[in-house]
Design a protein around this ligand. Structure first.
Ligand SMILES: *Cc1c(COP(=O)(O)O)cnc(C)c1O
Length: 343
């Protein structure tokens, strides 16, 4: 066999949700549906839209995103999902052999992107209060520091004080992943003015457009330019771009309504879980992490009853846990019924 790049030997191909269930609470997408005007925009596509290349760097989308986050378009970089922005940012700001530090637990793709770029990931356990261990992260002096708030899979958020401390002392780029920003009132977007922070966001979660693969980063124009070089041209298809622009222009009120409904159900779901003897973590995102004795037992019980949830084995400082996406109440009720039978 031809010899593949040696650093790739230990990278496992991503397999996604292993079981397809009638109710899928496994991937934190919007279970109320998709941004309606965006869907309409997709259906308007013409021959011209498909036979020609899209714009090189999604200029129209960057304008719409700039209006959405209230910053100039030259501070926005788009990608094929925020995954693409994260991957490109690591490539742009760390040399092969450098280190990237990240909290543990956090978004499982980061060590994968890190290794794929020849960069060594170093995980720093969250404190007992599920907060970033700023001193331990700073001490590593990593080329790239990754933070996630609200954090996946814990759902917890970082305090401003701790994040500012990391940013002030960091030796390189600080990435703050805000994939769940729309579900939380806090944001660290203002820290991009320090000139060493990249905030990443996505249309996949609150806007219900995961199938389009549209994500973006916000940073100073010089950081944006480097990430664009590492990413390459033409990453957003014409249909995805026009739908995302429509969503940002016309579906923000729709999105906020869904978020309000989600918050209500999240509070109710957490209350019901506590009443059943579970100890779910507080959440600032559209999912809840529930520590359990055996995550495989619980996820099998849920799957047998038609509900998919994400199982996490032996999470640092937590142990086994199940991550459950919050959706319309009948879905949550079914999930509670099944959870009642494992307790
Ligand atoms: C879902 C998710 C993403 C990736 O989103 P895409 O834009 O769909 O690639 C990034 N970060 C976190 C923490 C996520 O949970």
């Amino acid at each position: 066999m031809v010899r593949p790049r040696s650093g790739y030997r230990d990278i496992v191909r991503y397999s996604g949700t292993p079981v397809r269930c009638a109710i899928d609470l496994s991937d934190n997408t919007n279970l109320w549906g998709t941004a309606p005007v965006a869907l309409h925009a997709m259906r308007q596509a013409s021959t011209e839209d498909l036979s020609r290349y899209p714009s090189v760097s999604a200029a129209g989308l960057r304008d719409a995103l700039g209006r959405y986050v209230n910053l100039p378009a030259e501070m926005i970089v788009t990608g094929c999902g925020s995954d693409d922005v994260l991957d490109s940012a690591i490539r742009a700001f760390a040399e092969p052999g450098d280190t990237l530090c990240l909290p543990d637990p956090t978004f499982s793709m980061i060590p994968v992107f890190s290794r794929a770029n020849g960069v060594r990931p170093i995980a720093v356990p969250l404190t007992r209060k599920m907060e970033i261990d700023a001193d331990a992260m700073i001490a590593l002096g990593a080329r790239v520091t990754y933070l996630c708030s609200p954090n996946n899979p814990t759902g917890t958020r970082s305090s401003r004080e701790v994040v500012e401390k990391v940013v002030a002392a960091a030796n390189g780029l600080v990435v703050i992943d805000e994939a769940y920003a729309e579900f939380d009132s806090a944001t660290f977007l203002d820290l991009v003015s320090t000139g060493r922070v990249l905030v990443t966001r996505t249309m996949s979660k609150a806007f219900g457009l995961a199938g389009l693969r549209v994500g973006y980063g916000v940073a100073s124009p010089d950081i944006v330019a480097e990430i664009e070089k590492a990413r390459g041209p033409y990453r957003i298809g014409t249909l995805a771009e026009s739908a995302a622009i429509a969503a940002l222009t016309h579906d923000v009120a729709w999105m906020r309504e869904q978020v309000a409904a989600m918050v209500q159900n999240r509070t109710r779901f957490i209350g019901e879980l506590r009443a059943r003897g579970f100890a779910p973590l507080d959440s600032f995102a559209n999912f809840v992490l529930v520590p359990v004795t055996s995550c495989s037992e619980v996820s099998n019980t849920l799957a047998a009853g038609g509900v998919a949830a994400r199982a996490f084995q032996s999470l640092a400082g937590i142990g086994d846990a199940i991550r459950i996406t919050i959706g319309p109440w009948p879905m949550m009720e079914r999930c509670l019924e099944l959870l009642g039978s494992v307790k």
